[in-house]
Design a protein around this ligand. Structure first.
Ligand code: ADP
Ligand code: MG
Length: 348
């Protein structure tokens, strides 16, 4: 459906997108994830045809849509876009906003499609109201409905949840995923929020300084990060120094950690091992201990910050009925099945 090949975009002499390549299959939802200013909006706008690449190509539906020498017009791309500020027409009702992109349909077909998206996005109660009479969440649903209504080949959403309550975002992202899947839509969502990306996407691209570090499933980003920057950005965790002592074993301050598969580093290589909070199990019977330095209640679990005897900091996710005091020594047991590690000179 979408293929981006070696895309570079610059404004004046400043490179904002650098050599980005990715593919999105029809019916899949992709997500561009990265901190503010890393180039997410620029990449989305380039896919939509608002910006022209300096090098590389954008292909939509087996058709070359953008290159340094050719640019298919925005209206001819079959792309729908939801902008960060929604950009609804203030003088039109919710329903007339939705109807806007359906003018080429005969009356009956247009009304059928309007009713369909009104129902899909639960807009019926306010379909005759104007944008200024709607809450942020309602405006967002109208903006998505308007973009979805003409059945674009590709729907692009730029931080669509950014003015929603933080607690609601994950749930709304999940609901939107269901709606897009029901409608068979291919979509790309831009966000700087990992939980939104995890809730929504089949594939996630981690962007840093205009470069795509990894384009993969959420599971692989978390469990098989391509490098220390992705490991650091996705989820929580710390790096521990280690040294390879056998094809599957690394010696660290936590003891000898054994992976299920060979780690690929020669004996004696200095490495950094990624330790996630779920890799450190609290066990009252373990002889190995660490000191509680901080704890955050997360409902079912506490996230404990612990220090090992020589002061190294690690994190541990512990069922919340184990309520230990700060300063207390508690038993821990590392439980890692596959080791994520990087040679020390490239780790952060
Ligand atoms: P994000 O959406 O990830 O926050 P953007 O794509 O908006 O990032 O911006 C990436 C960088 O490109 C920023 O440094 C921004 O200032 C710059 N930039 C974006 N649009 C333009 C433009 N039209 N002209 C010049 N610089 C731009
Ligand atoms: Mg942006």
């Amino acid at each position: 459906m979408l293929e981006v090949k070696n895309l570079t975009v610059a404004f004046d002499d400043k490179t904002v997108i650098a050599a980005v390549s990715l593919r999105l299959q029809r019916g899949n939802i992709g997500c561009l994830l990265g901190p503010s200013g890393c180039g997410k909006t620029t990449l989305l706008r380039t896919i939509a045809g608002f910006e022209q690449p300096g090098t590389g190509e954008v292909w939509l539906n087996d058709r070359m849509a953008s290159s340094p020498n050719a640019l298919l017009q925005v209206e001819q791309r079959g792309v729908g876009m939801v902008f960060q500020d929604f950009a609804l027409f203030p003088h039109l009702t919710a329903e007339d906003n939705i109807a806007f992109g359906l003018q080429c349909l005969p009356d009956a077909a247009r009304q059928t499609r309007i009713d369909e998206v009104v129902q899909m996005l639960a807009i019926a109660d306010f379909r005759h109201k104007h944008p200024h009479q709607l809450s942020g969440g309602q405006q967002q649903r109208v903006a998505i409905a308007r973009a979805l209504a003409p059945r674009p080949h590709l729907l692009l959403l730029d931080e669509p949840f950014s003015n929603m309550d933080v607690e609601l975002r994950e749930q709304i992202a999940r609901e939107l995923r269901t709606i897009l899947k029901q409608d068979g839509m291919t979509a790309i969502l831009v966000t700087h929020n990992q939980l939104e990306a995890f809730a929504m996407a089949d594939e996630i691209g981690v962007i840093r300084d205009g470069g795509l570090l990894q384009w993969d499933s959420a599971f692989n980003l978390y469990h098989r990060p391509s490098g220390p920057q992705v490991a650091d950005f996705i989820g929580e965790g710390v790096f521990l120094d280690g040294i390879a002592i056998s094809p599957t074993q690394i010696k660290t301050e936590l003891g000898v950690l054994t992976g299920a598969a060979p780690h690929g580093h020669a004996p004696q290589t200095q490495v950094s091992v990624l330790i996630r909070p779920d890799d450190i199990v609290h066990d009252d019977n373990s002889k190995q201990t660490a000191t509680v330095r901080d704890k955050v209640f997360r409902g079912a679990e506490f996230l404990y910050t612990l220090t090992l005897p020589n002061g190294t900091r690690i994190l541990s996710l512990v069922p919340s009925h184990h309520d230990h005091a700060i300063g207390e020594d508690i038993g821990i047991r590392p439980q890692l099945d596959h080791l994520v590690l990087f040679q020390s000179d490239i780790a952060m």
